[in-house]
Design a protein around this ligand. Structure first.
Ligand code: FMN
Length: 186
């Protein structure tokens, strides 16, 4: 698929199964994620890759423990089970803003760069034939997940990218956005 077709037809899909990206494909996804606009070249993001049985089990346990710790109840526990089983590969995108002068740029700009990194990773996965969805939910604020991912106070888990392959027969339907209300031409 050429780049413009990718950009104008990308959609999110869940749940996702195998195959998942192999090592080289994962490397390409992470390389794409690190080529994003970055004011001051601060590399204000990092990634946690969750793949394989042991890592997925650890992730699931952390989601479950979050439900228990924060008293979220049984409905949310079922959601935790669904999130843990949503895709064979999960990439957490973490914003790691530089806050010390003189290098620091506004935190929102650094978070915007991290959001770009997440989207670039989504596109790179799609370009290699892998479906995906960016989720957050209450999970990204989980103290347990934040601790396990070594987040400092100023760090933010921007998203959990769920990556794999959609079920047979799945096709992305472009949104065909009506631009008239969104674009002003000067
Ligand atoms: C920052 C961010 C957080 C999101 N969190 C969730 C989420 O927790 N759960 C969910 O189902 N979709 C979430 N989404 C939306 C999906 O990623 C997706 O964009 C949406 O389902 C629309 O599908 P589309 O990308 O095909 O238009 C989030 C999107 C963004 C940008």
């Amino acid at each position: 698929m050429d780049a413009l077709s990718l950009l104008t037809t990308r959609r999110s899909t869940r749940p996702l199964g195998l195959p998942a990206p192999d090592e080289a494909q994962l490397e390409a996804i992470l390389q794409a994620a690190t080529q994003v606009p970055d004011h001051g070249l601060l590399t204000p993001w990092r990634f946690v890759v969750i793949e394989g049985e042991a890592a997925k089990a650890r992730f699931h346990a952390l989601l479950n423990e979050t439900v228990t710790q924060l008293n979220y109840g049984e409905e949310t526990r079922k959601k935790a089970d669904r999130v843990a089983a949503m895709a064979p590969l999960v990439i957490a995108v973490i914003s790691t803003p530089e806050t010390q002068p003189p290098r620091a740029k506004p935190v929102w700009e650094q978070q915007a760069s991290a959001a770009c990194a997440a989207y670039a990773a989504q596109l790179a996965a799609k370009a290699q034939g892998f479906d995906n969805v960016w989720i957050t939910g209450l999970w990204v604020n989980s103290p347990l997940l934040r601790e396990a991912m070594h987040c400092r106070d100023e760090d933010k888990i921007m998203g959990l990218l769920m990556i794999g392959t959609a079920g047979e027969g799945h096709e992305d339907t472009p949104k065909n956005t009506d631009l008239s209300a969104l674009v002003e031409r000067w």
